[in-house]
Ligand binder design. Structure first.
Ligand code: NAP
Ligand code: FE
Length: 514
């Protein structure tokens, strides 16, 4: 991270119970006649429309309703809204709803006072002025209330296009988590995962700063405290508050870091398969973090640390529980979607720049069938690796991290690919010399002691790699010959079993045998 820092978020944010009515005076200054932009029906049902109307009438401000913004709005919707605002002489815009209503309202506010042909708008051109915009979010996910982006469905290029301008920052955002009470489980889950992805992408962005890291880490912490509620589909009011706050923090993060390849990948799942935005991101997240870990494991560790998770396997499992099954959609075309993602501006924001094949691999390993293939022993990503049994004498086991040369100083997570020889028996000696390879032992765990005898474990204490039993988890420590490089990370017992099932060896086989 460079010492230079740029951080910008001019939106005034007020939150708390009944904050729309309590702070009505705050938006008195924006105008006399509001275009009130909403989705289909939720704003009526969750009370946000009533509260907003009451606040407007308290201020003696008039309201013109523009309802029915669809999920993932396109240009037709924002041009229609702008025409309505002009026709009705509205001088400010009040957006109530999820990211779709807010994003539409942003461009309605701009197009109401700027003449931008559709082609130019979809190419990213924005106007020089914009009506003031007030936002009342009713989902806790997009953070659109604190960003300068509006994301439109782009029929021409068959994806979603982000349109950005500092003028699109709302002037005021009013957050009241009571509006989430009526949200269906899937809306809560999908939007929370969108918010999670914003903070995660902020942490792994090439544009990350200390400010965005602080906000993103806090956002992820808050979300991690809601995971049980998201899985059960039942959130406490404290958890709803946390998700609302996390969403806005996530917005402030991506307002400054942008989103990365993950969002660009997710857009194809939404465009071609109608998968909700947040859900699309969540399906791809674990495999994407695995891909990031190949070149920058410290970034993936940063994310896992903020989530208080032990590895991407735990994240994958958690997201499965939150999102439910994700079968491969019909007509799924990973190569096409990967090419689109690689051509997007988001790639420039990636601190770990992906290759086309990594993006394809991310798509392929993200859906349920892909996960299953992975768990049952996927082929090694590195062409130099070979199954242990084919190159090592029987009864030998090696634990070799994927790209161990890249193990950095300090804590990190290193994905391991391990295949245990069919002939492996407990108690076999491990090599003593070390030339950059990683060896292993386990202690204090009955199940693993069957594989690694206690005596052997003692003999290899504080050597290259060791797994410490920590009740349900294991602490895996890698240590270099000189002791300069020590990396500690936690793995779940299920991960250990996976490690043992999938061991592969990398490097020169003869170097590995003492
Ligand atoms: P959404 O598309 O705004 O809403 C999804 C559904 O949830 C709609 O059916 C909506 O119903 C309903 N809903 C909203 N609030 C509800 C509540 N409190 N109770 C019950 N139902 C409720 O979903 P979203 O995930 O918030 O927004 C997604 C959009 O935001 C995508 O277009 C995405 O690309 C964009 N996005 C923007 C940014 C940004 O920075 N600008 C960032 C990320 C994503 P109604 O139609 O009846 O309201
Ligand atoms: Fe998003």
């Amino acid at each position: 991270m460079s010492a230079e820092m740029k951080f910008h978020c001019p939106t005034k944010i007020l939150s708390g119970p009944d904050c729309v009515k309590k702070n009505a005076a705050e938006f008195k200054k924006f105008g006399t006649r509001a275009l009130v932009v909403t989705g289909s029906s939720s704003a009526k049902l969750n009370g946000s429309l009533d509260d907003s109307m009451a606040a407007l009438s308290l201020n003696e401000q008039e309201a013109v309703l523009f309802e029915g913004v669809p999920a993932n709005p396109g240009p037709e919707c924002v041009y229609a809204g702008a025409a309505r605002a002009k026709q009705e002489g509205c001088d400010f815009v009040l957006a109530i709803g999820g990211g779709s209503a807010i994003d539409a309202a942003k461009l309605i506010a701009m197009l109401a006072v700027s003449n931008i042909p559709e082609e130019d708008l979809m190419a990213g051109q924005t106007g020089g002025s914009c009506l003031p915009l007030v936002c009342v979010p009713t989902t806790a996910g997009t953070g659109s209330e604190s960003t300068q982006y509006s994301i439109l469905t782009n029929h021409e290029s068959e994806t979603k296009t982000g349109i950005a301008s500092p003028l699109l920052f709302p002037r005021l955002a009013l957050l009241d988590s009571k509006y989430l009470e009526s949200a269906p489980r899937t809306v809560l889950a999908h939007t929370a995962v969108d918010s999670m992805s914003h903070s995660i992408e902020g942490l792994i962005s090439a544009r990350a700063s200390d400010a965005t890291d602080a906000l993103a880490s806090k956002g992820l912490r808050l979300i991690s405290e809601c995971i049980d509620g998201l899985i059960r589909g039942k959130l406490s009011s404290v958890q709803r508050d946390r998700l609302m706050t996390a969403s806005t923090l996530g917005g402030m993060v991506i307002a400054n870091t942008g989103t990365t390849a993950l969002h660009a990948m997710g857009y194809s799942l939404t465009y071609y398969h109608g998968i909700d935005h947040g859900r699309a991101n969540g399906i791809l997240l674990p495999s994407w973090l695995d891909a990031v870990a190949k070149t920058k494991p410290e970034l993936t560790y940063k994310v896992l640390e903020a989530l208080r998770m032990r590895g991407t396997a735990e994240l994958r499992q958690t997201l499965k529980e939150i999102l439910g099954p994700s079968p491969v959609p019909e007509g799924f075309d990973p190569e096409k979607y990967a090419a689109k993602a690689m051509a997007s501006k988001n790639i420039a924001n990636c601190a770990a720049k992906p290759t086309l094949s990594e993006v394809i691999e991310t798509f392929k390993t993200s859906f349920d069938e892909g996960n299953a293939a992975q768990e049952s022993g996927r082929p090694a990503a590195n062409g130099n690796s070979a199954p242990l049994a084919s190159i090592l004498p029987a009864e030998t086991v090696r634990l070799i991290p994927y790209r161990f040369r890249d193990v950095p100083k300090g804590p990190t997570e290193v994905p391991l690919e391990i295949r245990l020889s069919e002939n492996f028996k407990p108690g076999i000696p491990l090599p003593r010399a070390w030339d950059g390879r990683v060896f292993g032992y386990v202690r204090d765990n009955d199940e693993l002691k069957k594989l690694f005898s206690g005596k052997m474990a003692e003999g290899y204490a504080h050597r290259r790699i060791y797994l410490n039993d920590m009740e349900e988890n294991f602490r895996l420590t890698l240590e270099s010959g000189s002791g300069e490089h020590e990396s500690i990370f936690a793995v779940a017992s299920s991960d250990v079993r996976t490690l043992l099932r999938n061991c592969r060896v990398q490097g020169e086989p003869q170097d590995l045998i003492e």
